[in-house]
Design a protein around this ligand. Structure first.
Ligand code: HEM
Length: 414
């Protein structure tokens, strides 16, 4: 049975899509980013946007930033917030956003408090402890592969989900269920347009919530060294509420899983399209950390970030009036010729003078960046050492998502 809010959610998703189509037909480049053609190849639209100046204003009043320097400057600006001004509508929020209530969608002081409680799980010492486990998981998964398989379901998906399950202390028996429902919930970040999808989402959300509730209860009486144990200790010290604990777990599941999966998938397609770069990595597996950075720059798994200007903000390339909604076009900033010479060339030996913005910037800079860099380095090195070749055996299926850039299926022969 669908609730009134579910039905309103479907109506909002459909209305937003229809509105975008009309605006795009009228020449609005922000609305043009909500289309199949854009998801397949966003770069022509992003270049047209860049050509109109670093601060683009769409017909709907939404602003979009395309330059690397304006994006970095605005992400660090204290008055660029994830929440709109009081009383203003949050036009970026979908009805089924499992990240709602989590600290990635909070501003200070709550964001600061919750990030501080969670941050110890990602310290260098923890990363050093995780390395051996991630290497073992990577090789176990690769051992099970034949010469032809689907990269997404057989390797790119299982590796990060196993790592995040370990981090959260999810028992092995629950991992498959956790992965399946995690995918349903992640898909809903773009909004849901049919009753069947809403029902599937509601069931998945309830199930994951139940799993986290059980794990929290277990860790309260029998703490371990996982993140849930860290969080329930903070709850006992009254630094976080039980609701915040739940939304933080949901954030770690989604952020830790969806993004890294697509980094590995995007790398697979890029290496199959650029055999010279694959040969280079095979000859020098120590280039794996550089390959991670170039894959993240060239095809960022999180292609757009959103903020609201709480006061007039002056940037190098223009002005954002107080109250406006702003899109950070990460795909454009990461191919900005002002900071990345020959930006449309995929080159794992590229000299890096500035960091790409695939992990965002400012106070919300990705907390899991050290973990995903570690996973990427281990995965790319192992792939280079073990795969003789990397060839597509069919057309990869692109995900038609505005929030995540990647593929659902990548058939390969190695
Ligand atoms: C290639 C992999 C990844 C990419 C590209 C990525 C990207 C991002 C980006 C762009 C943000 C900033 C969002 C914003 O400013 O609105 C972010 C935030 C975050 N990421 Fe990641 N992420 C990745 C992996 C991970 C992993 C593995 C984890 C944890 C297990 C993680 C946890 C988080 C958390 C908790 C935040 C919120 C930080 C805050 O609001 O203070 N991410 N990520």
């Amino acid at each position: 049975m669908l609730s009134f809010s579910d039905v309103r959610g479907i109506a909002t998703t459909l209305a937003t899509r229809a509105g975008s189509k009309l605006l795009a037909e009228a020449g609005d480049l922000v609305a043009a980013t909500d289309s199949k053609r854009y998801h397949h190849n966003p770069y022509p639209v992003l270049e047209r946007m860049r050509a109109k100046g670093p601060v683009y204003k769409g017909l709907s009043g939404i602003y979009a930033l395309t330059s690397h320097s304006d994006c970095s400057q605005a992400l660090k600006h204290p008055q660029m917030k994830v929440r709109p001004l009081p009383g203003k509508r949050d036009m970026f929020m979908t009805q089924t956003n499992a990240l709602e209530g989590s600290f990635v969608l909070m501003d200070a002081p709550d964001h600061t408090r919750l990030r501080r409680v969670t941050a110890p799980a990602f310290r260098p010492k923890m990363m050093r402890q995780l390395r051996g486990k991630i290497e073992a998981t990577t090789h176990r998964l690769l051992d099970q592969l034949g010469s032809e398989f689907d990269m997404m379901t057989d390797f790119a998906g299982p590796l990060p989900i196993t790592v995040i399950s370990d981090l959260l202390g999810i028992p092995d028996a629950d991992t498959a269920r956790f992965a399946r429902y995690g995918m349903v919930i992640a898909e809903a970040l773009d909004g849901l347009s049919t009753p069947a999808k809403v029902r599937e989402y509601n069931a998945a959300y309830a199930d994951i919530e139940q799993l986290f509730t059980r794990l929290m209860a277990e860790r309260r009486t029998d703490p371990g060294d996982d993140v849930i144990s860290v969080l329930v200790t903070a709850e006992a010290e009254e630094k976080v509420t039980t609701d915040e604990l739940m939304t933080t777990c949901m954030l770690l599941l989604l952020a830790g899983f969806e993004t890294t999966v697509n980094m590995i998938g995007n790398a697979t397609v890029l290496f199959s399209e650029h055999p010279d770069q694959w040969d280079l990595l095979k000859a020098q597996p120590d280039l794996a950390p550089d390959a991670v950075e170039e894959v993240l720059r060239y095809e960022s798994p999180v292609p757009v970030l959103t903020r609201f200007a709480h006061e007039r903000v002056e940037l190098g390339g223009g002005v954002l009036p107080a109250g406006v909604a702003v899109l950070f076009m990460i795909g454009a900033a990461n191919r900005d010729p002002a900071v990345f010479p020959e930006p449309h060339r995929f080159d794992i030996t590229r000299t890096r003078t500035v960091e790409h913005l695939a992990f965002g910037g400012g106070v919300h800079y990705c907390l899991g960046a050290p973990l995903s860099r570690l996973e990427g380095e281990i995965a790319f090195r192992a792939m280079a050492e073990r795969f003789a070749t990397i060839k597509l055996t069919g057309e990869p299926v692109r995900r038609l998502s505005s929030t995540i850039r990647g593929f659902s299926t990548i058939p390969v022969r190695v």
